[in-house]
Design a binder for this molecule. Sequence first.
Ligand code: TYM
Length: 386
Amino acid sequence: MGYEVTPWEVKGKIDYERLIEDFGVSKITPELLERIRSTAGGLHPLLRRGFFFAHRDLEKVLKDYEEGRGFFLYTGRAPSKSPMHIGHLIPFLMTKWLQEKFGVNTYIMIPDEEKYLAKKVDSLEEVEPRVRQDILNIAALGFDEDRTFIFRDTEFIGRMYKAAVHVARHINFSTAKAVFGFQGETSIGLIFYPALQIVPTLFEHRRPLIPCAIDQDPYFRLQRDVAPKLGFYKTAELLSKFVWGLLGPGTKMSASEPETAILLNEQPETAVKKILNAFTGGRATKEEQRRLGGRPEICVVYHWYTLLFEEDDKKLAERELACRTGRLLCGPCKRELAERVKRFLEEHQRRLKHAEKKARRMMYDGKLASEMWNWEFKPRQPLQPY
Ligand code: TYM
């Protein structure tokens, strides 16, 4: 089918319409967006511009909120060989927005074993410096420190293991193989790992909502089979597309191919150079571009404006028009983006300096973190479908 999307591999040019059908998720409709807008009192640009494009049970989350049952947020990041890139921030920025709008608890898993079990890194030691760096990157975003719990698996496993055993008992190998495409050479650690990624959906007896890119859906498809059997809610999901890499439309930004990505720990000047080399929707010559106009729909630079670097819809529309009519050439448009990305990185790197204390509170002694270090899993009566 020309592309592949699994939690460990994303390749080729993705047909998102097709993926919605293959994965059995629902499209976010204009009506649903309106409901979010009225319940949240606004719409994040990543929602109103369709980057978060699909979901499961989002309408039920809104109903739970409106009727006072509430919900909670859960997302995560698996540290790898390479540092986080700007694309990895997207689910966290969305999660933070939702936390601010709805005032709900947020759980952030750092599976420090996942990439090792998936054979993406050669040793656990190799991941170690990234674990700390990734946690600081996330902590620097400014989550509510008393309502957020950040935990790494190798440390929090004692609290999660019992729940993982219950989850794992309900998933048989044929199902896991069909969902994840496990092969004979897959490590048995990776085969068990999905049970762990499901555990945080059982942290509260409320509906979880998971903001993430669509590659993570297979885990939560399984969760939706298992959770009701343990007396817990099926998880809801808010799913995004993938941020394009710098070298072409529809490609995935990948930290292991640094020329495609802006890394969060990058020297701002290096980032500027990368943006100036990015693929655009421009024409072969200036003359041609003035005559025919540019093509924002295939332009990586425009894509990045829409995601993180132009919040104002009116200004974005003006930029698009100026491009299409040949008034705006790629040089100045790229330079302006490069400047914004540079400022963004400088600001993020400045915030990192104060992130250590925030991370400690969210991992150990903030209100939610302290409670979670005493959390105990108790299975409940199976839930009626709800
Ligand atoms: P990981 O570390 O591969 O990715 C972290 C988050 O970033 C999303 N993502 C992207 N989003 C936009 N554009 C991209 N190019 C891009 N690449 C990755 C991923 O979907 C993910 O949300 N198994 C997970 C870690 C995890 C987790 C979770 C994720 C544990 N529990 C709960 C989401 C929800 C992982 O390897 O993510």
